[in-house]
Design a protein around this ligand. Structure first.
Ligand code: NAD
Length: 291
């Protein structure tokens, strides 16, 4: 099946990045959210990010204008129904995702492929509550989407070969690389990455190191481009906590228990860069460690 039109649910950091790369690759995009300011912010951020690529000579002003012209926004989820492919990129809560697929159901065209950008929730379980588990897949982009090369493709137990092959072709058209992962909590990237971030938070919680020394240690001692706490702020601490909870519940092993300090930051509403405070305070000129 050839995909031409793509609906994206959720215009947060992932949804806007996904809209950006699909529009640049020539797909028609419809971006939806529950609040108009989120849609406006998403378009403004896509505009800024493509402008940066223009400034670097990676694309042209004409290509930018064409791409922005291919993105439409809506507050009506039903507008996405007739499109070829839907990518759900809303908040990482199973009840939110279930409600979205339920609300979409009466409006879907028979050929529409449903996907979710979930970082950790069971694809098979989400698929089982839709009318088309065979046309349902995990389509996991990395953050920031325009920069990161990998897309994880996760088949649920019922996903058919046509759906998988269609998404393989879409990833190729985006100029990205796919890795196939089995449908177990966290798939590949987050199964490995999140326990490392959680361990960095424990290291901070137990006073082994400060925010600065932990991040510097991993940057200079393990050659990571970003420290784990800086990366956690970048991903969003609510998303990190949600993924740890999925690993903990889904794999039933105490080694995945979320650090109480991570929970405390989320309770404070200090969710990282998106709220301007997390393990660093981003409200000034330069990020300042908060511990
Ligand atoms: P975010 O908080 O930046 O954005 C979520 C958006 O979803 C918000 O704009 C919110 O208004 C919207 N939303 C909530 N309920 C909705 C509904 N019913 N209908 C439409 N929109 C709704 O979150 P994010 O970081 O963009 O994460 C989105 C998804 O992508 C999550 O499933 C997350 O696990 C996954 N993901 C995140 C990252 C990351 O690094 N942040 C990486 C890969 C995958």
């Amino acid at each position: 099946m050839k995909i031409r039109s793509v609906g994206i649910v959720g215009a947060g950091q992932m949804g806007s990045g996904i809209a950006h790369v699909f529009a640049m690759a020539g797909f028609d995009v419809m971006l939806s959210d529950v609040a108009q300011p989120n849609l406006d912010a998403a378009i403004a951020s896509i505009d800024r990010n493509i402008e940066r690529q223009v400034a670097k000579g990676k694309t042209t002003a004409t290509e930018k204008a064409d791409a922005l012209g291919r993105i439409k926004t809506t507050l009506q989820l039903s507008d996405l129904g007739p499109l070829d492919l839907i990518i759900e990129a809303a908040t990482e809560r199973e009840a939110v995702k279930d409600a979205i697929f339920k609300d979409l159901a009466p409006h879907l065209a028979p050929h529409t492929i449903l996907t979710t950008n979930t970082s950790s929730i069971s694809i098979t379980r989400l698929a089982s509550r839709t009318d088309r588990p065979e046309k349902f897949m995990g389509f996991h982009f990395m953050n920031p989407v325009p920069i990161m090369q990998l897309v994880e493709l996760i088949r649920g137990i019922a996903t058919d070969k046509d759906t998988f092959d269609t998404l393989l072709a879409v990833v190729a058209k985006l100029g990205k690389t796919s890795a196939s992962a089995e449908d177990f909590p966290g798939f590949i990237v987050n199964r490995i990455l999140m326990p490392m971030i959680n361990e960095a938070v424990y290291t901070l919680y137990e006073g082994v190191g400060s925010v600065k020394s932990i991040d510097e240690s991993l940057k200079l001692g393990a050659n990571h481009p970003m420290g784990p706490l800086e990366l956690a702020d970048f991903i969003g601490l609510d998303t990190c906590l949600a993924i740890m909870n999925v690993l903990h519940d889904g794999l039933a092993d105490t080694k995945y228990r979320p650090c109480p300090l991570l929970t405390k930051y989320v309770e404070a509403g200090w969710l990282g860069r998106k709220t301007k405070r997390g393990f660093y305070d981003y409200r000034g000129e330069v990020p300042i460690p908060t511990r």
